[in-house]
Ligand binder design. Structure first.
Ligand code: COA
Length: 332
């Protein structure tokens, strides 16, 4: 039987550190509130004069390739998860293909927000298992800082979201590998966490310059308490679904890497599963919520710190806009 496994991991975060103190100096918020409600101490923002989603993804990819002892030329297909592409279209996959100097390989974009990386991993896993490709690059990368409302009006999301990129290289193996992936959505809650515009269903006459500047364009709308309530339920459901599908229990997990939405959400799941600190990886304190990039950044850092070892059972889980939620169980 053919399975897929992750043979290389990489990440890139921008140099500029944005502290809670800095945010408190430009909007009505404070360090205590942010830490108590989100656990975030600092996050990274790009330099818009030189960074793009695609070039951050390329940096993460090069780290993953080096660690896997591979080169750009080995990549046969790209699956790129982002909700903040450099252009409205085309997607970021083709920009990454260009950035990596690859000729004409396929590139697919995934727009499943915080669950995007696990959706992308699942797609790549199917392509490897079917025998269609032997080396697939899976990326999650986001630039949120250029669109965040950095005034008091936007404070409930400005303190949370940030920039970064993570990459994983998948190849076939005859024993797992990726044991299973589980993907879900519930569009009834689409508007609980969303960006309305530039949406194509908006009539032309409503696209006036003052509306573009002041209202819905790139403005993240989030019903924080609804998101929190659903997240804690869906995270648990989808982790348990993965364990049940593989005849395992929570005690089999060596490391849980939850999407870095909010430290309070991660701690709630940890408590529910009664996992010790050593079995849960969080880095939201340093990077904020980087949406589709959060899991591959965390996985890459955890691996580099020696917390992801051969034969370990790794559980990835995510919840976010859509709502969408997903999990993956991986035997390393
Ligand atoms: N700084 C200071 N005060 C803030 C603030 C900020 N950055 N953001 C909101 N507030 C204020 C609100 O205005 C409100 O004030 P009021 O009581 O005077 O009206 C008060 O804090 C409580 O607001 P509320 O939205 O009820 O806070 P909360 O306890 O629900 O916490 C979140 C807000 C966003 C931290 C919380 O809902 C949350 O973590 N939700 C999940 C978000 C998430 O994970 N998103 C990513 C999903 S992938």
């Amino acid at each position: 039987m053919r399975y897929s496994k992750i043979v290389g991991l990489g990440h890139h975060v921008p140099e500029t550190v944005i502290t809670n103190e800095y945010l408190s100096s430009i909007m009505d918020t404070n360090n205590e509130w942010i830490i108590e409600r989100t656990g975030i101490q600092e996050r990274r923002y790009i330099d818009p004069t030189k960074d793009t989603v695609a070039n951050m993804a390329a940096k993460a990819t090069r780290m993953a390739l080096e660690r896997a002892n591979l080169t750009e030329k080995d990549i046969e297909f790209i699956v790129f998860a982002t909700i903040t592409p450099d252009y409205f279209f085309p997607g970021s996959g083709v920009l990454l293909q260009r950035e990596l100097g690859l000729e004409s390989i396929g590139a697919l974009d995934i727009r499943n927000a915080c669950s995007g990386f696990i959706y992308a991993l699942s797609v790549a896993d199917q392509f490897i298992k079917s025998g269609m490709y032997k080396t697939i690059l899976v990326v999650g990368a986001e630039i949120q800082s250029t669109a965040i409302d950095m005034t008091t009006r936007g404070r409930n999301t400005a303190v949370i979201f940030a920039d970064g990129a993570g990459a994983a290289i998948l190849q076939p193996t005859d024993k797992p590998g990726i044991l299973s992936t589980h993907l879900h959505s519930d569009g009834r809650f689409a508007e609980e966490l969303y960006v309305r515009d530039p949406g194509s269903s908006r009539p032309r006459e409503e696209r006036q310059p003052e509306q573009i500047l002041d209202t819905t364009h790139f403005k993240v709308v989030m019903n924080g308490s609804q998101v929190f309530k659903h997240a804690v339920v869906r995270f648990m459901e989808v982790i348990n679904e993965a364990l049940t599908a593989n005849n395992m229990t929570k005690d089999d997990i060596d490391l849980l890497i939850p999407h870095q939405a909010n430290l309070r959400i991660s701690q709630f799941i940890q408590q529910k599963l009664q996992l010790p600190d050593a079995k849960v990886y969080n880095n939201i304190m340093r990077y904020g919520n980087t949406t589709a990039a959060s899991i591959p950044i965390a996985l890459s850092e955890a691996w580099a710190e020696g917390r992801v070892k051969d034969n370990d059972l790794i559980c990835l889980a995510a919840f976010g806009s859509g709502f969408t939620w997903a999990s993956a169980l991986i035997r390393w």
